[in-house]
Design a protein around this ligand. Structure first.
Ligand code: SAM
Length: 291
């Protein structure tokens, strides 16, 4: 067998539906620890670099994490008139805040992650993802995002990014009305909320996407879904919902202004670019029919 066809001794498969899913060649187990919230594992794979699992589900790989982290952060930070104060709920791997602090307008970002072991795992095994944990603009809080937002001062954030695990267990409340109402109050007059909303290919999550869109539609004047292609996430297509108090997510996006904001770090971006913004909100027919 030629060298390039070498297979690893072990395979890890994340099952998406039935016995179908994605399979990785595993070169070795780097970490396996249980926190009070979940099992945190890191494996070294043959072609996706290090891979983090939470309770056996793929959270990020070194090879394609840039897609998700750029696409959860830059659309909102490119749309908001002047984003200064940002809140990230979840996101304990640090990838989202790594993108947020690139924006010159941002004065402070709070990262509220319930599980400190996730932060620890990322610092140990994903140094390029965890690179912003010592950034002077970052405030790291290891606590429940639900309670944090409930107690946040009114109008204290310009952008809230919900970078959480799937809507089950301690993350379930992050997809509900009460949380969204707290976000409305915590956001300033031009506030924007973005939440990851799973894969539109998976019928089990289509109703979740519809529910989030519907609930946010009763709380924000402008709500829109956008997509990104993430090879290692279930079904390969991922969705985000954006809810905005003043600017319409796609129609009011000022591409020239976004280019200006991105210019200092655009060379380092690997997925998001200003012309892609509106395209991401242009949905395939089967997704568009959900609304
Ligand atoms: N990109 C991943 C995805 O789309 O599934 C998310 C990665 S990030 C590691 C998800 C984080 O959300 C986890 O570290 C988890 O501990 C955190 N989380 C879940 N529920 C939370 C809550 N109620 N408050 C704060 N963090 C929470």
């Amino acid at each position: 067998m030629s060298a390039e066809a070498k297979t690893s001794l072990f395979q890890f498969t994340e099952f998406w539906d039935g016995r179908s899913g994605i399979s990785f060649g595993v070169e070795g187990l780097l970490m396996s620890e249980e926190s009070e919230f979940q099992r945190v594992e890191v494996v070294k794979t043959d072609v996706f670099g290090n891979l983090m699992l939470l309770d056996g589900l793929v959270m990020l790989t070194e090879r394609d994490e840039f897609v998700y982290h750029e696409m959860i952060a830059h659309p909102a930070l490119g749309l908001h008139p002047n984003p200064k104060r940002v809140l990230v709920i979840g996101g304990g791997d640090g990838g989202t805040v790594r993108e947020v602090v690139k924006h010159g307008s941002v004065e402070h970002v709070d990262l509220v992650e319930i599980d400190g072991l996730v932060v620890e795992a990322s610092k140990r095994h994903f140094p390029t993802v965890a690179s912003a944990f010592d950034h002077p603009k970052l405030g790291l809080k290891i606590e429940d995002g639900l309670a944090f937002v409930k107690n946040a001062a009114p109008g204290s954030y310009d952008v809230i990014l919900v970078d959480s695990t799937d809507p089950v267990g301690f993350a379930e409340g992050l997809f509900g009305r009460a949380f969204y109402e707290d976000c409305v109050r915590a956001l300033g007059p031009d506030g924007i909320l973005v939440s990851q909303t799973e894969s539109p290919f998976d019928e089990r999550f289509q109703s979740q996407i519809q529910a989030a869109h519907r609930t946010l539609g009763t709380l924000f004047p402008h709500v829109a879904l956008y997509l990104a292609s993430i090879p290692t996430y279930p079904m390969g297509t991922w969705s985000f919902v954006m809810a905005s108090k003043t600017r319409r997510p796609a129609e009011d996006f000022d591409e020239a202004e976004a280019e200006r904001r991105l210019a200092p770090f655009a060379d380092g971006l690997k997925y998001y670019r200003a012309p892609l913004h509106r395209a991401a909100f242009t949905l395939p027919a089967f997704v568009n029919r959900l609304f």
